[in-house]
Design a protein around this ligand. Structure first.
Ligand SMILES: NC(=O)c1ccc[n+]([C@@H]2O[C@H](COP(=O)([O-])OP(=O)(O)OC[C@H]3O[C@@H](n4cnc5c(N)ncnc54)[C@H](O)[C@@H]3O)[C@@H](O)[C@H]2O)c1
Length: 249
């Protein structure tokens, strides 16, 4: 698999899975544009000519436009977009979920990917090539109580991905979704209910729910993203890839 000369835009690049993906793609020789609300964790790549950090809120249309403009001015063609940025929901009974919180979860987990995919399509259609990977969640397939808003956003991003895969197929653009299982990042603790014990939930609820017996590591996700971005994955589109140690079963 060759990644040299290719350019990938990664959202949520400072987070657990995002940072692992940035690390892996840079190691493979690609150019990487890392976007996040705060890019401080990516400072180690400041001097790397194949890395560009773009800080900002990707729910703002101007920020999304800036990301793609800077990426193409800096590196040329945009080979791929990976939408990793997301937000958790602490397990909460529906009658206690405010409309504001519901909107926030749907905005960050769905609307933001609509905005980045819309911008990506403009560039990729002209190139007649491109790969988009969206990140969902195994909870879409195996729901848990109290996560109704989060799961709705992840179900919608799966449907959106499939619709876009069909819409963009004529332009040789692949669009796939990857559903991680419970992963060893700081987000995992944020799914625990308000008065819950985070460490106990990690072990007793999340780790025990994975048939392969351990939490998913950020690198497990990054490796599969790397494959979906490769030329070898050119005939894969509209596919749901579970990277979850069997949790979806
Ligand atoms: N951790 C898990 O157990 C798990 C399981 C299934 C799915 N997922 C999904 O995987 C993805 C990555 O999760 P993670 O564990 O790496 O989370 P994380 O919290 O470590 O990273 C998420 C990143 O998204 C960024 N972000 C949030 N809102 C943003 C905005 N408006 N603009 C720009 N950046 C923004 C955050 O700053 C953060 O760096 C998410 O979509 C999450 O829903 C996580």
């Amino acid at each position: 698999m060759s990644y040299e000369g290719k350019t990938f835009i990664i959202t949520g690049a400072s987070g657990g899975m995002g940072k692992a993906t940035v690390d892996l793609l840079l190691e493979a020789g690609a150019n990487v544009v890392g976007c996040d609300l705060n890019v401080g964790k990516l400072r180690e790549y400041e001097q790397n000519a194949r890395f560009l950090a773009v800080e900002g809120n990707l729910l703002e249309e101007v920020t999304v436009k800036r990301v793609f403009k800077e990426a193409s001015e800096h590196f040329g063609e945009i080979s791929g977009l990976v939408n990793i940025a997301g937000i958790a929901q602490p397990a909460t009974p529906i009658e206690e979920v405010s409309l504001e919180d519901f909107h926030k979860i749907v905005d960050i987990n769905l609307t933001m990917s609509f905005l980045t995919c819309r911008e990506a399509a403009k560039y990729m259609k002209k190139q007649k090539s491109g790969k988009i990977v969206n990140i969902g969640s195994v909870s879409k397939t195996r729901p848990r109580p109290g996560l109704q808003s989060y799961i709705a956003s992840k179900g919608a991003i799966e449907s959106f991905t499939k619709a876009l895969a069909l819409e963009l197929a004529d332009h040789q653009i692949n669009v796939n979704i990857l559903h991680p299982g419970p992963a060893d990042t700081s987000m995992l603790g944020k799914f625990t209910k308000a008065d819950g014990d985070v460490d106990e939930a990690r072990k007793e609820i999340f780790e025990k729910s994975v048939p392969l017996g351990r939490l998913i590591q950020p690198n497990d996700i990054a490796n599969s993203i790397k494959f979906l971005l490769s030329d070898e994955a050119s005939m894969i589109t509209g596919t749901v890839l579970h990277v979850d140690g069997g949790r979806n079963l």
